[in-house]
Design a protein around this ligand. Structure first.
Ligand code: SF4
Ligand code: SF4
Ligand code: SF4
Length: 264
């Protein structure tokens, strides 16, 4: 049991802590770490790219697999391009939906007021984009230098802390929640249990047993929406430079899929 916890911790330490859910574990890196420890393939972390897939293969002494592909080009360090979100402030209606979608609390603003992304904290996870009703959040390439290994570890530790603080705040909010949850339901009990077994992990207190799952608007489409929007934006950009019938058809199909998902 202890060795299993220690293995999950070692795996989690290699994951970027973006909490984006692109590995298929919509509530973040720790659930994916647990699943890898239980046997899931270790090449699914999209922002981690090949370096993280290889580091996990080395740790687990498993065969090296090709990392899950990102829609973004590969940077010099072998990981996909780092991105940042920016809000087109003149279009923002101050609905606050992006705030609770952001796993690392990188957005500030309050009801009916313009919102802003704290660029230094933003990981470009894209989770704030699908809930925005007026589609006023863009992703741009991160212009900062690529962090070195030590800086990456510091960044990961900070993002983990911020995510646990976010989970704790959402847990408190759950009791008096009025609006819907706009990101994937988080398995707060698992995070709380894990942090209890690890002194150096931020602690999470459960306020009351979760029973109101019916109230949770499961954001199961959040990741799919984010992927579709990114693909659409990329195609639109390419088509604005050169027309291409195949890409145009692909764009129309993606837009149809997006409309269908948005109407769910
Ligand atoms: S960074 Fe995203 S894709 Fe990678 S493990 Fe964490 S949640 Fe999954
Ligand atoms: S601001 Fe948006 S893209 Fe940036 S970390 Fe928060 S949810 Fe992710
Ligand atoms: S979700 Fe969009 S409109 Fe609403 S506060 Fe955030 S950026 Fe503004």
């Amino acid at each position: 049991m202890n060795s299993q916890i220690s293995l999950i911790k070692q795996i989690d330490a290699l994951l970027p802590q973006t909490q984006c859910g692109l590995c298929g574990h919509r509530d973040g890196c720790l659930p994916y770490a647990k699943s890898i420890a239980e046997g899931e393939a270790a090449n699914k972390c999209v922002p981690g790219g090949q370096p993280v897939a290889d580091a996990l293969a080395n740790l687990l002494q498993r065969p090296h697999l090709q990392a899950e592909e990102s829609v973004w080009p590969i940077q010099k360090d072998g990981r996909p391009q780092r991105m940042k979100a920016i809000i087109r402030s003149d279009e923002c209606i101050g609905c606050t939906k992006c705030i609770s979608a952001c796993p690392v609390d990188a957005i500030i603003g309050s009801g009916k007021l313009m919102h802003t992304v704290l660029t230094d904290l933003c990981t470009g996870c894209e989770l704030c984009i699908p809930p925005c009703p007026v589609d006023c959040i863009d992703l741009v390439e991160d212009q900062n230098p690529i962090p070195n290994d030590d800086e990456k570890i510091r960044e990961q530790n900070d993002l983990r802390q911020r995510y646990y603080a976010h989970i704790q705040r959402e847990e408190k909010r759950r009791l008096n929640r009025k609006g819907p949850v706009v990101r994937a339901a988080i398995d707060t009990e698992f995070f709380a249990q894990f942090s209890k077994q690890n002194e150096d992990f931020p602690s999470i207190q459960i306020s009351k047993k979760t029973t109101e799952t019916s109230q949770i608007v499961d954001a199961k489409t959040t990741i799919e929406l984010a992927k579709l929007r990114t693909q659409i934006k990329k195609l639109e950009k390419q088509l604005s430079v050169r027309s291409d019938d195949k890409k145009l058809l692909q764009l129309q199909q993606l837009q149809q899929q997006l409309d269908q998902l948005q109407s769910v």
